[in-house]
Ligand binder design. Sequence first.
Ligand code: MN
Ligand code: MN
Length: 478
Amino acid sequence: MVENDAKDKKTKYQKLEEKLALKKKSAWALFTDKQKKDAFKLCDDYKLFLGKVKTEREAVKEIEAFAKDKGFSQIGNVKKLIPGARVYDIFKDKNAALIIAGKKPLSSGARIIVSHIDSPRLDLKPKPLYEDSGIALMKTHYYGGIKKYQWVNTPLSLHGVVVKSDGVKVEVNIGEDLSDPVFVVSDLLPHLSAKEQNKRTTVNIIKGEELNLIVGNIPVADDSIKQKIKLAVLEHLFDKYGIVEEDFVSAELEAVPADAPRDVGFDRAFVGGYGQDDRVSVFTSMEAVESIKTPEHTTIVLFYDKEEIGSVGNTGARSKYIEYLFGMILEKLGEDKFSHTVQKSLINSIALSADVSAAVNPTFKSVNDLYNSHLCGYGVALEKYSGGGGKYSGSDASAEFVGKIRSLFIDKGVPWQAGELGKVDEGGGTTIAVFFASQGMDIIDVGVPVLGMHSPFEIVSKADIYSAYLAYKAFLGL
Ligand code: MN
Ligand code: MN
C-alpha cells in the first residue's frame, strides 16, 4: 500500500485525533529548532532571575525594575490611561501588578494572570539568638509546607529587613556571594541516631524546634560575660548593621537555600533551583506581558505574597487589594468606579492562576493516577480543579471556560497537558484560583509541573517553562 492510500483511509475521527495530538507528545518533539533555542535562551534569563530573587520583597523590587525598563509607569503618576498605556502598581512592597490598558472598557473584563512571589523557607523567630554548647544559633519558624528534614545540612543565606527602634530599615542579604559566609541547620550524625531519631515518624525526623541555624563560634575575650559567643555575634551585627538584639522583633529575616540555580541533566533539559514554586510563573508571566502591545481587553499580571500559608493577610490574594486596584484602574481609564462597576469588571474578567503542579516522579509513581497526571517536558499543565479529597476547598473551572482555554492552546500551538496533582485520596492542594473565583470571574490553574516541590532544589523542564511562556502570552492576547 502506498503512503497516500494510507492517508486517505484515515477516518474523520483519526484526522481530528491527529489535530489534537499536540497534548500527547513531548513538547521537545513539538518544538521547532528555533523554539528549542528560544527555550534555552529564556531559561538562561530565568536562572539569573531565580538566583537573584529569593524573597517576596526581592521579587517586587525586580518586578519594579523590569517594569521601568520595559516602559511601564507608576499608576499613581499617570493622569489618564489610554489604550496601550503601560502602568504598574506596588502594594506594601509585597504585591505588584503590571497593567496594559485595553481598547475595550475595563467593565467588559480584564485578562488576568496571577502568580505568587513567596516560597517556603525558614523565618527567624522574634527572639532568635542564643548560645549553647559552644555555638551561637538562631531559632527559626518554618514558613509554608516544607518537609523539614530537607532543610538540614544545606547552606542557607539570610535575606530580609530589620526595622530599628528609630524606624530606620536595614536590608540584609548575606550568603549569596561565594565569598559570603552561609548558615546551616545541622542534622544528627547516623552513629548516634538509633534511639533519638531513627524511631521517629517521617514528619518528625526533624522537628520544628530543631531547625536552629548555626551562626557563630568565636567568644568575646571578657571573662565576666556569661554568653560570650552570643555577645560576639551581637557585636558583629551592631558593627555591620547597627542593629541590637531587640531589633529582631521588628524584622523579617528569611533563611533560604544559598545555592544558585543550575542546569540539570546531560542534555541540560531541566532547571534546578530554589523557589521555582512559584517564581517560574512570575518570570514567564512577566516575559509574556512584555510582548503585549495594545490588547483588546485590559491586561493585568498580578503577583501576590502569602500563598504558601493560605493567601491570608493584607498582601495575600484574599485581601481587598484587587478591588482597590480595579477601582484605581477604572478611575484612570475615566470609567466610573462605583463598587458595582468594580464588581462588574471583576466578574467579566477571565484569569489564569499561574502556579506550579506536581510532575510524575518515576521513583514514586504510586501517588499519581497515571491516566491523569503531568509529565516533565509535556507542556504546561491545565488543571480544571484543585482541592483535596472530594475537591474540598478547591476551585473548579467550568467546562465552558476550560474549553475556551483548551481551544486557545490548540490554536496557538502551545504544548499542554491535562491532569490532576495526584491520586484522589493521596492529599491535595489549592492555589490562588479559589479566591479569585470567589470574585465571580472564570479562572483556571495553568502552570509548569515540578519535581521536588517545596524542597530547597526544585526541578522543572525547560520545555515546560517555555510552554508556560507561550501559554501566558496567548492568553493575554485574548
Ligand atoms: Mn505555588
Ligand atoms: Mn507551593
